[in-house]
Unconditional design. Sequence first.
Length: 599
Amino acid sequence: MTQPPVPGRGAGAEPAPGAGLPGGAAGRRSDRDARLAAFAQGGPGDSRPPNSALAETLEELSGPGWRCDGATDDELIGLLGRWQALESWAAAGKLGVLRELIRRRARPGIRGQDIPAHGDLPDAWEEGLDHEISAALAISLPAADKLVGLAWDLQARLPGVGAKLADGTIDLLKARIIADELSVLDDEQAALAEKLILGELAGKTPGQVGRLAAQAECTVDPDGARKRRERAERDEARVRFWRDHGGAAALAGYGLPTDAALAAHASVNARAEEYKAAGAGPGATMDQLRVLAYLDLLNSVSAAARIARAAGAGAAQSGGDPETSQPPGPADSENPRYGGPGGPGDGGPRDGDGGGPHGGGPGDAAGGSVPALAARVNLTVPLATLLGLGDRPGAGHGLGPLDPDLARDLAATAAGSPHSQWCVTMTDSSGVTIAHGCARPARNRANTPPPRNRDGPWAFTPGDGPGPPGGYGTWVLTLPGGRELTVKLGPVPVTGCDHRHESHGYQPGDTLRHLVEVRDGECTFPTCSRHARGCDFEHAIPHDQGGRTCACNGGARSRKCHRVKQSRGWTVTQPRPGWHRWTTPAGRSYTQGPMQYQV
Ligand SMILES: [Zn+2]
Ligand SMILES: [Zn+2]
Ligand SMILES: [Zn+2]
């Protein structure tokens, strides 16, 4: 939650010590608003139900900069509590409006049969509702799904909890915790459990509220805890990879079976102890050794290999031999292949979730058209960074920005793998793709020796002969170690389209599909972050209605967004190639432009 800014607040303006105590300076001010007294503990204002009149009063009493002139500390705490009650009231209003949308988006019954309902709320609604909410509130699709589900729950199954939210007794988080805890119960059991806890909720923290709800669940359904666990193993099973605060990566599993997870945790600890005993991480904390053990187990690095490698590194360190302080060769085989097709890096985050910020920083366009170099799987590095001409950050899908040194290291690692595929994407100053070429082994240099020096210089130089008409010429990309690749740069249609890769059938050709993936980057629904490689190529104007199979009519759509786009009331158009305009059943429209790569 963000705090509102407090203009003009400085150290010198703090209240004098003693303000607010009986007889304190603030309490005796003659110009203070008489309504403040009601907000002292036990006063009528302290428990006043949240509504628009309360909001108006609080705004007036809080005053400019929220300085709450004249209020005692006791009254200040009263105002704080009522602002919180207003938050809950506003949340209840938001959920109430969501319920009206649920009614309006009720899924039509099959052959005139009514779909089951709880009171006036239907039990099923159109899949596109999540998309409408996600785009309108700028939240992820899974978050929209949860919010819609909560809105339904708080009237259909747990109206008492809904009322406690509306009157400010609990906040949205606590309401969500209760709904989650009681979700495995049938309607009748849920009603019983709700009755058990409703009177106990005031003044409880979210953790305490969760325990109350879990106890009530056990009381009305002793098997509930087991059902809940089994459902979590089924519904929450996922491995997530993301960029954590500070730029390091995080990798976590959810919905794990408890026995196997306990065994895995014990294995990590045992391996870490082994490293400690063997001195494999001098100076490393146990947490650092556990991280090493965790990754080694996942990457199939044996304890013996790790310990031998650590011993080697130790010798090099103590020997101070400049020759051996180069990254050791065998390390390559232990590293994940960042650029390899289907390699360990090839796991994009799930649809609409988990994607960190991608590219898109409004970088300073000092270099004008800056070619960016992309390892095709998940790594984008500005060419200037590789060539040592600049220090601009790279990016990895789901990883967000990578600092220049890390980007160079990852690119060097990828260059050491024969499985890496390289593409060169030229962007304009805002990071939008304008030209692209896929690197292929240079034909006349088929016998280039394998790379020896991972830290050797990169090069990107004009190739022999002129480029194709309308193209951007042929270039040679030299990887560290001397391997040379040929790159034919051609335009990517983002403003106009000469239909050069149009296919006359329904299916796009490989080049067209790839160019659209590079241009769009991700699913073209604005709040969906499914990587374009995992998306369908979809026609904005359907092929059977005359839509071209071309970059100017094609876009990346995740399977889910593709289904929604084809459902009742939705349309997608491309006002310009690469600009996808989605119109919802409510008539609102949202436009997603081309991918903005880091520049
Ligand atoms: Zn390519
Ligand atoms: Zn076209
Ligand atoms: Zn999507």
